[in-house]
Design a protein around this ligand. Structure first.
Ligand SMILES: Nc1ncnc2c1ncn2[C@@H]1O[C@H](COP(=O)(O)OP(=O)(O)OP(=O)(O)O)[C@@H](O)[C@H]1O
Ligand SMILES: [Mg+2]
Length: 794
């Protein structure tokens, strides 16, 4: 009973293949290849962005759709596989149960050795709850083996067993009959089978003989059961379980044939059977058709009823079941409920949604690009406009620059012509003044000559005085010119300006006359100034005379001194270095000056006064003096209200010297015996004049015409108490150099420099060394004598 062959077996040549070779879910390759080309530059890159977005969106959509497609397919495949597994297992299990039923029945008959009555069998069938536990089996019965000879006699035996009127049919020539004796449950169909000789049909006989000879249950091929008594016919089959005398299955075939008593059978209507054992739920997913052997219309046992809603899927599966020596083929076909018929809704959702999103994104990106293009176009036109404007501006600027240059050129021309005018004015003024003075001098000399020729020497003194007066005025004129040109020889001293002003007040008051109220407002603790005091006096007097001339009807002059701190802003405005200054201002209540007069007032020979009254050199001299002293001079004036002219002098850090200039006249000092003076000058007249003066004073004079000659004397043993020398000398050595060279051998040598104009560069800016002094040409003989005496015998 436990032989493996007794079990219906399912050969697992299960495979699944799709109905079609087409894989609609494979990724759309073409779209993958539409990726954007390499991007050369950033601006180009931005142009490709919309395309890239579209491409990426389409690819993503296609990919998602494919994924969903595949997932749907996989789900269907798994569902199908699961359903077919269930169906196969159900069929196999069910046949195992039927085999057990038959085995039990066979056991019953074998145990009672053919004496089982219908009542007993019926009771057995009822006890095993046949109809409840074995659904789908039409009949369960027993067919005894009856030798043909006992055919008639067997009717009596059947009646004894509870089957009255038993009659074997159809008639046959078989030596052994197999007529159905019992067929339970007792219904019309089964009753119709009673007495049917199974051996009369070759198909059934094959089954019987296989069962008898093998001892195993044997299934018939596809047949139509004799129980099919009405129009509703189905395919069917029988399964026979042999019964042997003595119960056990004999080992030998011959023995099995000899002891064979008959068989217990199960009769199956295929449709009823499979409809009852296979769950409708499984058939919803996988319909199947069972064939007895190779599939074909002739072998079809059963086909799942077609559900009106179900849709045929693409998957199929084929399996075989071994049952009672026959091989059944089961063909499964995928069934899909309408809801699951395809993944189309999801695909539509994802694909459609993706396409929609891509389209929206693409639209937005293209729109963005259009906007960017527009902005770029606007920018370009803006840039063009800016360029135009810039070009216009540049052209305007060029024109302005050209105009400026033209103007500067015109100004330069104007300045040049003004300069030429000024030079003309200067030379004209000089020539005029000197002509007058020279006329005076030469006229006087001519008259002196005439008078001496006439022997009228009495009148000579008058003309000499006139000539000397003219010469003095000429000297004063050159002085002023030198002061203006800032080349006058200054003898700066630390000066208390308040004291200087005080010392001059009497002289000034006398000069301006009683009609003018003169005041001095001196600042307390006024800083001292390092300045040439006599030039400062000269300047102050000139300012006061100008003030007087501006007040013909009388008025007031205020002389004011003050300490001033000139900061950077003021310094820039006044054109002078920043620092500490003291100011000396002369304010009048006179006519004042319009700006154009103020602008020209410092020009030499500029005067508004009538011919012969002013030289126009006063302010120019003051200007030159102030600048040469490191200061400045400024005019503020208002027409009709008055004028203030301020001299600014740099503060001197030191004490003012007590002595003012000594102007007192003393008798000419005489030389002591042997006192020798070396005179060096390239101008023989000057040399002769100086030597004559020295001789008159009792000095021994030695003359030299240039620096080399002078130095030779100085380097000799000759006595030299004083060196009087011109500063500018020919021959490569000036007076200063000669004096310095001489002082190497004669450290105490006293030197008096005579200079026509201040060779400041030659004498140097520093204070003269002790024992050195300067005398400016032209000089009065008395001044020369006094200086010489002063130096030799201090
Ligand atoms: N205080 C002042 N008030 C009005 N105008 C003045 C005053 N000071 C000078 N000026 C004007 O400036 C001009 C030049 O003055 P500056 O002292 O250089 O020459 P001048 O006084 O005319 O002649 P000079 O001083 O040589 O005798 C004057 O002619 C006058 O027009
Ligand atoms: Mg003047």
């Amino acid at each position: 009973m436990g032989s493996p062959d007794t079990h219906p077996s399912v050969t697992t040549n299960r495979f699944i293949r799709p109905a079609s070779r087409v894989h609609p879910a494979s990724p759309p390759q073409g779209e993958v290849e539409t990726a954007a080309p390499p991007i050369p530059s950033s601006s180009r890159a931005s142009r490709w962005i919309p395309h890239a977005i579209l491409a990426v969106g389409l690819i993503a959509t296609a990919f998602s759709t494919a994924l969903i497609w595949r997932a749907g397919e996989l789900r269907d495949r798994l569902t199908f596989l699961h359903a077919t597994d269930i169906e196969l297992r159900t069929i196999e299990d069910q046949f195992r149960t039927y085999t057990a039923l038959l085995r039990g029945g066979a056991g019953l008959f074998a145990a009672n050795d053919d004496t089982v009555t219908l009542a007993q069998f019926r009771a057995y069938v009822q006890r095993i709850e046949f109809q409840t536990l074995y659904p789908g089996v039409l009949g369960f019965g027993f067919t005894p083996a009856i030798p043909a000879a006992e055919r008639e006699r067997f009717a009596a035996r059947a009646e004894a067993l509870g089957v009255p009127g038993f009659r074997v049919r159809p008639p046959s020539d078989n030596p052994m009959l197999s007529a159905i004796l019992f067929a339970e449950p007792p219904n019309a169909r089964n009753q119709a089978a009673i007495g049917y000789d199974v051996m009369s049909d070759p198909v059934r006989r094959d089954m019987v003989e296989r069962a008898r000879d093998t001892g195993h249950p044997a299934a018939s091929a596809r047949i139509q059961l004799v129980q099919e008594i009405d129009a509703n016919k189905q395919a069917g089959f029988l399964v026979a379980m042999p019964v042997y005398a003595g119960g056990a299955v004999p080992a030998e075939l011959a023995e099995r044939r000899r002891r064979y008593l008959g068989f217990v059978f199960g009769a199956f209507r295929a449709d009823d059977l499979f409809n009852s054992i296979v769950s409708a739920k499984a058939e919803d997913d996988a319909a199947f058709a069972i064939y007895d052997g190779a599939p074909g219309p002739a072998t079809l046992l059963h086909r799942s009823p077609r559900s009106p809603e179900a849709v045929a899927g693409r998957l199929t599966r084929e399996a075989t079941i071994e049952l009672g020596g026959r091989t059944w083929t089961v063909q499964f076909e995928q069934r899909l409920s309408p809801q699951r018929a395809s993944a189309l809704p999801e695909i539509a959702l994802v694909g459609g949604g993706g396409l929609l999103a891509t389209a929206l994104l693409g639209f937005a990106a293209f729109r963005q690009r259009r906007i960017q293009d527009e902005i770029r176009r606007l920018n370009a036109s803006l840039e063009a406009r800016v360029e135009d404007r810039t070009r216009d501006l540049r052209e305007t600027a060029d024109r302005l620059r050209q105009a400026g240059e033209e103007r500067a050129r015109m100004e330069e021309v104007l300045r040049q012509s003004q300069k030429m005018e000024a030079v003309g004015q200067l030379t004209g003024g000089l020539a005029h003044d000197f002509n007058n003075l020279l006329a005076g001098i030469s006229g006087a000399l001519e008259l002196i000559e005439t008078r001496i020729g006439q022997g009228r020497s009495k009148d000579v003194a008058k003309y000499i005085a006139a000539a000397q007066g003219a010469a003095r005025r000429a000297a004063a004129l050159t002085h002023r010119l030198l002061a203006f040109s800032r080349r006058q020889t200054l003898a700066p001293k630390a000066t208390d300006v308040n004291r200087l002003v005080d010392g001059m007040l009497d002289l000034i008051q006398r000069t301006v006359g009683p009609g003018i109220d003169l005041r001095h407002r001196g600042a307390d603790d006024l800083w001292p100034a390092l300045v040439d005091p006599s030039q400062l006096e000269n300047s102050l007097l000139n300012l006061c005379i100008n003030a007087r001339d501006a007040m013909p009807e009388g008025g007031r002059i205020v002389i004011e001194t003050e300490n001033r701190w000139i900061d950077r802003r003021q310094a820039e405005a006044q054109d002078m270095p920043e620092g500490q200054y003291l100011s000396l201002c002369v304010t009048d209540t006179g006519t004042g000056m319009p700006p154009e007069i103020v602008a020209r007032a410092f020009d030499p020979f500029f005067t508004t006064k009538p011919m012969g009254e002013g030289t126009g050199l006063g302010l120019s001299m003051i200007y030159g003096f102030a600048k040469q002293s490191g200061g400045q001079v400024r005019i503020t004036s208002e027409v009709g209200a008055g004028t203030t002219v301020c001299l600014y002098l740099p503060r001197h850090r030191g004490e003012a010297e007590a002595d003012g200039p000594d102007t007192g006249k003393r008798p000419l000092p005489q030389a002591e015996a042997g006192e020798t003076v070396l005179v060096v000058d390239d101008e023989p007249t000057v040399r002769m004049l100086v030597a004559d003066v020295l001789n008159d004073l009792g000095y021994t004079a030695i003359e030299a015409a240039d620096g080399a000659g002078g130095l030779r004397v100085l380097q000799s043993d000759a006595r030299v108490d004083l060196l009087v020398t011109d500063v500018g000398l020919p021959g490569g050595m000036n007076g200063r150099q000669m004096a310095d060279a001489a002082r190497v051998g004669r450290p105490d040598l006293k030197v008096l420099f005579i200079t026509g104009f201040a060779e400041t560069t030659l004498l140097g800016d520093r204070q003269l060394e002790p024992g050195m002094a300067v005398l400016t040409k032209p000089f009065a003989v008395e001044a020369l004598a006094a200086r010489i005496r002063e130096m030799i015998a201090p």
